[in-house]
Unconditional design. Structure first.
Length: 365
């Protein structure tokens, strides 16, 4: 019996070949098959030898999770232990005031741009803490037709975030409800793209169209249309007259596949009567308090807490690799024109200088 069976063209497989593949995969063999982008590994999840072979083939730690494709939600409990505490709802609440204030001190955005970036930073951080691998990271890119341009946020499994935007100097009139016009700054026409780097050969990339530019509704729409996850997203940033951030935070309520309609209705009712995130924070409510309000009448158990912050992981070594990726001709052009180059990180504004000797070294690599 072969340990691995490779398929190059699924359309070329005969009925007899399918029968053989079915027999072999049940014995523990792996099926290597083509997808739209890369080759995938197929195995039977109920066969322990098959699972071991997957980990060995990927050189992956046995403590790392695998993705299982099932024919229906009803099959989940056949292959996984689903506890009562994560059967119906999962709620993440974040206080991001310090994190957004750090971003403000770096980029000096106007209040409306600060609110737009801060909301996206909060959502990105919450989405990132659900990732398992220490090297996993998530990048979110909002591309609207408003004057702020693109908003890019990057976070890792710790929830720490870095962010940047195209234009930090957008100034729009306050809306009739005395709120910042975030939707006007971002724009309604555009897209939200989410890139998840999970240490695989290719990252997962999902996207959706913007529906409001107000950020929270757009992330809700992304989770539903691109990841098929029902959710409720609430985000808020309150900026003072001196441009400092008074309060910032948000929440995501994930509806699990086993949630019944009564539970969903109760949460929806709680959200309908919920004050804004910043109003609750002004009242002194903590993330735990907000979670209790969201799950009022259902019970809430805090499973974990963590500190999150603004963190840029740039370094001269990373910038050097970025320069090398431009190609030898481009580096030679820099060398011939100025004999030096200065590169500034978009996320933290730190500047890196490469002198004549260093550029020549890059050309020779």
């Amino acid at each position: 019996m072969e340990k691995y069976i490779k398929i190059d063209r699924i359309s070329d497989i005969s009925d007899d070949k399918w029968t053989l593949l079915s027999q072999e995969i049940k014995k523990g063999s792996l099926i290597i098959y083509p997808t739209d982008t890369v080759y995938g590994l197929g195995a039977v999840i109920t066969n322990e030898q098959s699972i071991n072979n997957v980990y060995l083939a990927k050189s992956r730690s046995f403590s790392s999770p695998l993705i299982a494709l099932l024919s229906s939600v009803d099959k989940v409990e056949e292959v996984a232990n689903v506890s009562d505490k994560n059967r119906e709802l999962s709620v993440f609440v974040a206080k991001t005031t310090d994190m957004v204030n750090t971003m403000r001190s770096i980029h000096n955005p106007t209040p409306v741009v600060c609110a737009a970036i801060g909301r996206s930073m909060t959502a990105t951080s919450i989405m990132a803490v659900g990732m398992k691998g220490e090297k996993d990271k998530i990048t979110t890119i909002i591309k609207g037709d408003g004057p702020v341009g693109n908003i890019t946020c990057v976070s890792n499994h710790t929830g720490n975030v870095k962010a940047c935007a195209t234009n930090y100097n957008v100034d729009l009139p306050i809306r009739d409800n005395n709120k910042l016009d975030v939707g006007g700054a971002v724009g309604v026409n555009g897209s939200l793209t989410v890139i998840k780097d999970l240490g695989l050969k290719e990252p997962y990339i999902g996207n959706c169209q913007l529906i409001s530019g107000e950020i929270a509704e757009d992330y809700t729409n992304y989770l539903l249309t691109s990841e098929q996850i029902r959710s409720a997203v609430g985000l808020g940033v309150l900026v003072d007259v001196d441009y400092t951030v008074i309060h910032s935070g948000g929440f995501i309520v994930y509806v699990m596949p086993f949630a019944d309609e009564d539970t969903i209705s109760r949460v929806e009712n709680n959200i309908n009567y919920l004050s804004s995130v910043t109003d609750m924070m002004k009242e002194g409510k903590s993330p735990e308090d907000i979670a209790d309000i969201l799950l009022s009448g259902l019970g809430c158990e805090v499973l974990s807490k963590r500190q999150i912050s603004y963190e840029c992981d740039c370094s001269k070594d990373r910038i050097e690799k970025a320069l090398i990726s431009l190609g030898k001709k481009e580096i030679e052009k820099m060398y011939n024109e100025d004999k030096k180059v200065e590169v500034q990180c978009h996320f933290c504004n730190k500047k890196y200088n490469f002198d004549e000797k260093e550029l020549m070294s890059l050309i020779k690599k």
